[in-house]
Design a protein around this ligand. Structure first.
Ligand code: FAD
Length: 480
């Protein structure tokens, strides 16, 4: 049997940094079958348990091998509404692929012998999009009289909306930004998740009856109480964690110091990379510093290097991270891609101060060197600053990507009715995702803190079941 791992084709780094086109290609049919054929079909597959939504990975891979792509699509759809999205962005190297028995156990970075489950999922997801495969309708007449408001159109909100619509519930999504998708639209750049894939999934939701109202801030434009008074029987909050954490150091307010969310939103959502076709310019530095080690930092660095190349500036983007590469929370694939594209990495360093010119534009960054100390609560070794280790780096643009906090516009508008924890995350019953405010459910990053797309979708799916039980149990009370 062919045991050679089949990796998807990728565009040449020197070419791909000239545009925002997708980097990784989809498997061809032949490649997908060869890769699926490597699966050992374990009696007790570990991969399924390590998937946050327990997709029957063994089954869909066996279906690919038999060329039953439609069957494979519906196997995945039982647990995951958006395989073409998750197949592109899921951190499989830390989840299903890591637990694949073919993974070499002694090297944390080398899961390259594992079955490439995420790329097989993408192959099937794209097949579903291309062939307009629709999940079976589960229409229940008892539910068709209900209207549910979904606040936020990120993966959690989209997942709830899709599930409820399948059961015949009328769903309206309210979204603050002018386009739906949440982080999938404004955070993850199109070279990782092309817009047409996201648009295809959103169009499908519209086709099954989901209404989407953009430029609408729940908590400001209308309160939760007002939505209930307008006839919504239940509300789902999927408002995410979109508020950037700040460093709190001198010089952070200088011009050309961006939070990564602001930078990425301007480029991805507002299309600054297509200026002047789109009227959203952005300052592009000659020496760009990115601070952080997560997915957001990698996306910011890879976007920044593309902007430099597209504007004929010699690329110079450097990531500064306070731990070592081993502790970086970013996906391995993104780190490798960033390196291939010319992003430089500096480990065990922490910013101390930013220094500007007389006009208030950032010109230099002062860093301190660190060493690794004891493990912290996340299980990673804590960075410890080395005294008097200051050094200076010249720069003219800094992007800060050190984490995100919950968005509290909604929660603050109903203080006292909705319990939140000290981090500002909404407290829910983990089985039903119901909050302490009757009829209000929540999921995604606003519940679990910064997480992943598949986790947000999983919570959305659980919440949809909670909402359906709630609607059925309160049918009389809420009948219009
Ligand atoms: P979000 O995606 O944040 O969506 C929330 C939506 O709610 C937003 O559109 C927001 O505008 C809207 N909203 C907020 N308040 C209101 C309001 N009051 N009224 C109306 N609408 C409101 N995860 C992965 O698995 N793989 C990756 O590769 C990956 N890369 C990432 C890259 C970046 C740059 C970032 C920031 C995150 C990344 N993540 C990744 C994490 C992942 O995207 C999130 O965990 C996920 O998007 C959370 O989904 P959500 O639906 O809870 O929230």
């Amino acid at each position: 049997m062919d045991r050679e791992v089949i990796l998807p084709r990728e565009r040449e780094p020197s070419l791909r940094i000239e545009d925002f086109g997708e980097v990784v290609s989809c498997y061809t049919e032949e490649e997908a079958i060869r890769e699926a054929s490597r699966c050992l079909q374990c009696k007790e597959p570990l991969c399924i348990n390590s998937c946050p939504v327990n997709i029957d990975i063994k089954k869909f891979i066996a279906q690919i091998k038999k060329r039953d792509y439609k069957g494979a699509y519906f196997t995945i759809r039982e647990k995951n509404n958006f395989p073409s999205i998750c197949g592109r962005v899921c951190p499989a190297e830390y989840r299903c692929r890591k637990s694949c028995v073919l993974t070499k156990k002694d090297d944390t970075f080398a899961d390259k012998k594992a079955i490439q489950i995420n790329f097989l999922e993408r192959f099937i997801g794209d097949y579903g999009v291309r062939n307009n495969l629709e999940a079976t309708s589960l229409k229940d007449e008892r539910l068709s009289k209900f209207k549910v408001a979904v606040v936020g159109s990120g993966p959690a909100g989209l997942s709830v909306a899709g599930e409820l619509a399948r059961y015949g519930v009328k769903v309206v999504i309210f979204e603050t930004l002018h386009k739906p998708g949440g982080v999938l639209r404004y955070g993850i750049p199109p070279f990782r998740l092309p817009e047409e894939i996201l648009d295809g999934e959103i169009d499908y939701l519209k086709k099954i009856g989901v209404k989407i109202i953009c430029s609408f801030i729940v908590g400001r434009t209308k309160t939760l109480e007002e939505l209930f008074n307008e006839g919504f029987s239940a509300i789902f909050l999927g408002v995410g964690a979109g508020v950037p954490s700040l460093l709190g150091i001198k010089g952070e307010n200088l011009s050309n110091v961006y939070s990564a969310n602001e930078f990425l939103t301007r480029v991805n959502l507002m299309k600054a990379y297509r200026f002047p076709d789109y009227h959203t310019p952005i300052n592009i530095g000659r020496r760009i510093i990115v601070i952080g080690g997560g997915n957001t930092a990698m996306d910011a660095a890879r976007v920044a290097i593309r902007l430099q190349v597209m504007n004929k500036i010699t690329p110079s983007v450097s990531v500064f991270y306070r731990r070592t590469e081993k502790e970086m929370p970013a996906r391995r694939l993104e780190i490798e891609h960033a390196k291939e594209e010319g992003v430089k990495f500096n480990f065990l360093v922490q910013p101390k101060e930013f220094i500007g010119d007389k006009d208030g534009f950032v010109k230099r960054a002062v860093f301190l060197k660190c060493r690794l100390g004891e493990e912290d609560s996340s299980g990673r070794r804590r960075p410890v600053v080395i005294k008097d280790s200051d050094f200076i780096e010249d720069c003219d643009l800094i992007i800060v990507a050190i984490g995100l906090k919950p968005n509290q516009v909604v929660t603050k508008s109903v203080l006292g009715k909705l319990d939140i924890n000290k981090e500002g995350e909404i407290i829910v019953n983990p089985n039903t995702m119901e909050t302490t405010f009757r009829g209000v459910f929540a999921g995604g990053d606003i519940v679990g803190g910064e997480g992943t797309v598949i986790e947000a979708m999983g919570m959305g799916k659980r919440a949809s079941r909670g909402i359906i039980s709630y609607l059925l149990s309160c049918g009389e009370k809420f009948s219009p």
